[in-house]
Design a protein around this ligand. Sequence first.
Ligand SMILES: Nc1nc2c(c(=O)[nH]1)N[C@H]1C(S)=C(S)[C@@H](COP(=O)(O)OP(=O)(O)OC[C@H]3O[C@@H](n4cnc5c(=O)[nH]c(N)nc54)[C@H](O)[C@@H]3O)O[C@H]1N2
Ligand SMILES: Nc1nc2c(c(=O)[nH]1)N[C@H]1C(S)=C(S)[C@@H](COP(=O)(O)OP(=O)(O)OC[C@H]3O[C@@H](n4cnc5c(=O)[nH]c(N)nc54)[C@H](O)[C@@H]3O)O[C@H]1N2
Ligand code: SF4
Ligand SMILES: [Mo]
Length: 696
Amino acid sequence: MPAYTEQPDGTFKTVCSLDCPDQCGLLVHKENGKIVKIAGDPDHPVTKGNICNKVRHMAERIYDEKRLTHPLKRIGPKGSRQFARISWEEALDTISSRWKALIAKHGPESILPYSFYGNMGNINAEGMDRRFFYRMGSSQLERTICTAAGGAGFKYTVGGSIGADPEDTVHTKLFILWGINAVSTNMHQITLAQQARKQGAKIVVIDVHKNQTGRLADWFIPILPGTDTALALGLMHILFAEHRVDEEFLQQHTIGHEELREHVKQYDPATVAGITGVPVDDLYKLAYMYHETTPALIRIGNGLQHHDNGGMNTRAITCLSVLTGQWLVQGGGAIRSNSAYLAHNAQALQRPDLLEKRNTRSFNMNQLGRALNDTEPPVHSLYIYSSNPAVVAPRAGQVRQGLEREDLFTVVHDLFLTETASYADIILPATSAFENLDFYTSYWHHYMQIGEPVIEAYGESKSNTEVFRLLATVMGYEEQALHDSDEQLIRQALDHPANEGLNTIDYDALVEHKFIKAYRPTIYPERLATPSGKVELYSETLLHMGLPPLPTYIPLREQDEDGYIFIPGPTHNFLNSTFSNNAKHTGMEKIPKLFIHTEDAEREGIADGDWVNISNENGSCELLATVGEMVLPGVVVSQGLWADSSDHKPKHLVNALTSDRLSDMGGGATFFSSRVRLKRKPSEETTEQWEQTASL
Ligand SMILES: Nc1nc2c(c(=O)[nH]1)N[C@H]1C(S)=C(S)[C@@H](COP(=O)(O)OP(=O)(O)OC[C@H]3O[C@@H](n4cnc5c(=O)[nH]c(N)nc54)[C@H](O)[C@@H]3O)O[C@H]1N2
Ligand SMILES: Nc1nc2c(c(=O)[nH]1)N[C@H]1C(S)=C(S)[C@@H](COP(=O)(O)OP(=O)(O)OC[C@H]3O[C@@H](n4cnc5c(=O)[nH]c(N)nc54)[C@H](O)[C@@H]3O)O[C@H]1N2
Ligand code: SF4
Ligand SMILES: [Mo]
């Protein structure tokens, strides 16, 4: 392996580690041992040298003076941000002695790991950590915050995370971007769609917010939140009623089409228009356009699955996507997640066998607050890495209340002293992905990539895998699996004959080529991974789970009837909460806004540019009103998971208001199903100057 770290100058190929479908190829420019520029790799077949603004400016984050350089221990009250420098030796000794005592007194399940994909590298995100906590027998974490509901709805329908190859979408003639803000969250799908547009393709966007993606569409269709299942059923009603379905495809590749044909009769256009807010004429127009255009692709986003009925929304749209046989057409069908093509050997990487049949308890990460506040026997220690739950978790106020518990021993491993880290007893400094070895599997395009360390570790920071090897040593875990090197971990993960997609991919080939495409013999698989091997329009599995076997519209759970449905989504210049503490990025993002319809603003006495207090039974926050027609009446939308303000108060914490109810399938988060009340802030405060929040 060429040791990039030893070459002070030059350009080096690597990959973006952020939780983003595009997984861009990068070219990192170094001078005197430091990164001076991050650009796109023009050789990458999908991302072709273009990257987003966030990562173009990422060097500022890598060398940010606020980056953690050494371990810290807490010397003041939790949350007060008073810490003192300690050595790694002291940090590891403190952690192991506290954990050994907890395990002796309360058992290993008193310890809970909490993590997500701050770094998408597989061995760091879900490799050595899994081995370590399986070996320990700690409580397990269900990592459900992102795509759990949609993943489940899709899986019950087509068997797994498979879909169209994005590279084929240059040929697509109709793009339906459904519940995805692709301009911000999947920019290369937009590049491909724009290319296709030059050949006459049309872009339709179905969303609750006319954001940057809606504004770019040929046709923007506003919809009421959580009613996508009804819209899909209404379109299916028209397609069946007017014989615009592909009967041969239905016969050969699906089960339940006769039941579905009967079932959708009740979702007539007038009924569906009443539920969704999409006019009857538009329902016909969209159904005809979808039937008459080929290839037609539905890009299913994450927005519509962060709801009470999120699994069903995804399932209903997936059912729609097969009715016209478009899955057999190159550039047609659907894309939700394509991660199955690059599936590695998770058993070999994660080693669940180390749990040795111990039946440990597990916690849904969407209910971290409950896990910390209302659990018997209690969780006595949390180990948090690659995630910032004090900002990103649902019902974040309750999460913070749990993190304040004096008797909770909390360790946080991160690059920064995040809001979460401010509650830690011990903070460990993490390397950035530019300092690590790892392999990366996109969940959108079909390329596996390798990232080799480009620069030396910053200060005394260490990677996740390295920290878990050290923790294994101090805990006295001698199994070889806990001491394998990063290269060994990658080799073990890629040895996976069960996935023919990896036929041509191994460690050495990755080092040589940097990116390799999954092998895929046909665009439509011979047999799907559903119980029947076919698309399950009718699902026995769901029936056994007590859910409707056919796609069925179930409204959002009713709460405060007078409240507005609040959609606190991600934003363009942050990656979840990552970058929300970087001055460059907050500068580009400017201000935390609340989009509100003119009629609603008038009723509430709110003017454009007013600060608004938003509240419900879970908490409150403040956002700046942007009044207009970007959302439907009854709906308010914010963008961005903002950092605490400069006085370290959670002023713009949108997750103070989100619920920890779980979605209908997969135990997913319901970030977008809460209702809120609005109150304009008193006039003297509305002129308050906006101060940048990049204070942490
Ligand atoms: N710039 C940027 N890129 C990102 C991220 C980021 O924070 N910033 N986050 C990354 C991550 S982890 C993820 S999971 C993805 C998420 O990216 P996306 O898949 O785009 O998901 P969201 O942005 O959560 O929501 C997408 C859209 O759904 C809309 N929406 C909300 N509720 C509904 C509904 O009921 N029906 C319909 N039709 N639309 C609805 C929202 O208004 C939003 O425009 O992006 C990744 N990429
Ligand atoms: N209101 C609302 N809330 C949401 C969402 C929403 O749309 N609306 N989206 C949800 C979704 S889809 C997701 S995926 C989650 C994401 O939530 P998180 O997974 O918490 O993502 P980030 O906020 O990006 O935080 C990642 C953290 O990992 C750290 N990190 C990066 N690399 C490494 C590493 O190699 N090692 C260690 N130890 N740390 C590292 C970063 O510095 C950062 O602090 O947020 C969810 N929360
Ligand atoms: S965040 Fe997404 S678009 Fe930006 S460089 Fe990374 S993979 Fe590419
Ligand atoms: Mo996500």
